[in-house]
Design a protein around this ligand. Structure first.
Ligand code: FES
Length: 574
């Protein structure tokens, strides 16, 4: 038991009890073969695992958990692994994002309800990272993030193939008649060659980088390949470290400061990270009580250069990124901009973590003086089409389309788009602006990654590879193009996007940060009077979600989940 001078462990509210209650709490855990001295007040470490065969990107996490446990035992802790809802990006319908907030509730309540003093979050596939971070933040125990890591580089017929990015490119080739269906199928196994998350700088790699840039993991978490032995070493070190974090009472809120979020925004620019990071970090900030606005992304990150030449914008893959030095090498390059005194989970400052970070390949990680792309962070657009903002990733867009005025070709929802996009009679050319409605948080529901609409075959056959696209949807981090996303308020909430009609003219001005619908106010008022809200779901999670989800610029969290309840120990039921 703790000496009187030490703070009483949270887990001792369970295991330190006398009488019937203590018997209950200890006895059933002894069926795992647990010796009695494991209940003596040592830190109890929850290992929150999203392993699932339905989340193949996280299929290495069972093995990784065993290495975390080794570290916990070595440092004198007591590890207890537990599962939470796992969100497999490629399998879940209608979209894994519909369940991000639900999974975060699972994480939050699982941590709070159990005898846990500190927690290691095992995550990987896109939504598993924000859901675990958000849930853990609402409890605010000492918390350490550990990502699955990217899979090995895809390779098809001697050429690198990036997760997601390769699918998009090859499916366009099939639709344009340049690739046979059997060749397309052959490429499937060549792309995903090993366990691990997508190996492009998509959402999974972006979010793993955010975990590291926020200071929530040990250095190098973002890029070590999932099957590299150094990933398992990192797991063991993470297990050791979380025990120390409990001793130091180094809670999530001491790491997730405003400075940490600003560092993450800058890191996202420097890696050319996914627009999804905006949604997830906005939601995370809301959980931990940090004021972060959409405009902060533009103000803090948009003028920073992208330093890494990674797909979807560039040539290389995450394996190359790790061998080149990974995120520490990037952060060192942008160090003059960062808050170097920010505390990280390792117990040092960010500045100490990256002070001697080497770069081994300047083709993959460029210098700040000769970047891969200048001014590459997220740009936030406003105007009468997006009063609460919209985002675009200029580094993934076509430079000639960043200022553009075009005729709107409008799809009322995703079904409408799928039904008509391949129609040769669709009245569209490369100067048009494709508009997709009702794919936001409420409209889809769940805000699917459909904002990068496929191009009509008749344009693809003419060699057109990009057209301005605007929607209230999200876009896969592995996608690219001149795609305006997260238009807020969304169409299903009665935002101006709902009022756009075929033939309207839209002005996009990324340098001027403007998104304008060229229709006079009187006409918009007439259309607004005719607008009717789409029917809402009537039961279950979908109803709860639609009734409570906030708009994209706030992170699409449920309004009832913003903030946290802390680590309060519930009543004893025995
Ligand atoms: Fe799971 Fe990309 S689909 S990480």
């Amino acid at each position: 038991m703790d000496s009187p001078k030490k703070p009483r462990r949270r887990s001792q509210e369970w295991f330190g009890r006398d009488g019937k209650q203590g018997f209950y709490y200890r006895s059933w855990l002894k069926e795992l073969g647990t010796p009695h001295d494991m209940f003596d007040g040592r830190p109890v470490i929850g290992i929150c695992n999203t392993w699932s065969e339905l989340t193949p990107c996280n299929s290495s996490l069972r093995e990784l958990a065993e290495h975390v446990k080794r570290g916990v035992y070595e440092a004198g802790g007591f590890p207890l692994e537990f599962p939470v809802m796992s969100l497999g990006e490629t399998q879940m319908r209608p979209t894994a994002m519909l369940f991000r907030n639900l999974a975060s509730m699972d994480v939050e309540e699982s941590i709070r309800a159990n005898p846990i003093d500190g927690v290691v979050l095992l995550m990987g596939c896109d939504k598993t990272t924000p859901s675990l971070l958000m849930g853990a933040a609402s409890v605010d125990l000492p918390t350490l993030g550990l990502s699955a890591g990217p899979s090995l580089s895809g390779n098809w017929r001697g050429q690198p193939v990036g997760s997601g990015t390769g699918v998009i490119q090859m499916s366009e080739m099939v639709r344009a008649g340049g690739l046979k269906q059997e060749e397309f199928v052959e490429a499937e196994a060549c792309m995903q060659r090993s366990k691990g998350s997508c190996m492009t700088m998509g959402t999974a790699s972006t979010m793993a980088s955010m975990v590291e840039a926020l200071g929530l993991s040990l250095p190098e978490n973002a890029a070590i390949p999932a099957v590299d032995s150094r990933r398992f070493r990192l797991a063991q070190l993470s297990g050791r470290r979380i025990v120390q974090m409990v001793h130091e009472d180094l809670r999530m809120s001491r790491i997730l400061t405003r400075a940490a979020f600003e560092n993450a925004i800058m890191a996202n620019a420097a890696i050319g990270g996914s627009t999804n990071a905006v949604i997830h970090l906005q939601a995370l900030a809301g959980r931990i009580g940090v004021q972060l606005s959409l405009d902060d992304w533009d103000r803090i990150g948009s003028r920073l250069p992208c330093l890494v030449d990674l797909k979807p914008s560039g040539r290389y893959l995450m394996e190359d990124f790790y061998y080149a030095g990974g995120l520490p090498a990037v952060l060192r390059e942008i160090a003059p901009h960062l808050h170097l005194d920010a505390m990280t989970a390792g117990g040092r400052t960010l500045g100490e973590d990256i002070a001697n970070a080497p770069c081994w390949n300047r083709e993959v990680i460029r210098t700040a003086e000769e970047p891969f792309k200048p001014e590459a962070g997220i740009a936030v657009l406003r105007g009468n089409l997006a009063p609460d903002g919209a985002v675009i990733k200029p580094s993934a867009a076509s430079p000639n389309l960043l200022r553009h005025r075009g005729r709107a070709v409008v799809f009322e929802d995703i079904e409408d788009m799928k039904a008509r996009i391949d129609d040769e009679a669709l009245d569209i050319d490369e100067t048009c602006v494709m508009v997709l409605k009702n794919c936001g948080p409420r409209g889809y529901p769940g805000m699917a990654e459909v904002g990068n609409m496929p191009l009509p075959p008749k344009l693809l056959r003419r060699g057109i590879t990009d057209v301005v696209r605007i929607s209230d949807a999200r876009m896969s981090g592995t996608a690219y193009g001149t795609v305006v996303l997260h238009v807020s308020p969304e169409a299903a909430a009665g935002g101006p996007l709902a009022l756009v009609r075929d033939g309207d003219f839209i002005e996009l001005d990324v340098p001027g940060r403007r998104l304008h619908l060229d229709v006079d106010e009187a006409e918009l008022a007439r259309r607004r009077a005719e607008w009717r809200e789409p029917p809402r779901p009537t039961r279950g999670w979908a109803k709860l979600y639609v009734d409570h989800v906030q708009q994209a610029h706030l992170g699409a969290d449920l309004d009832i989940l913003v903030g946290g309840s802390g680590d309060t120990v519930g009543r004893d039921s025995h």
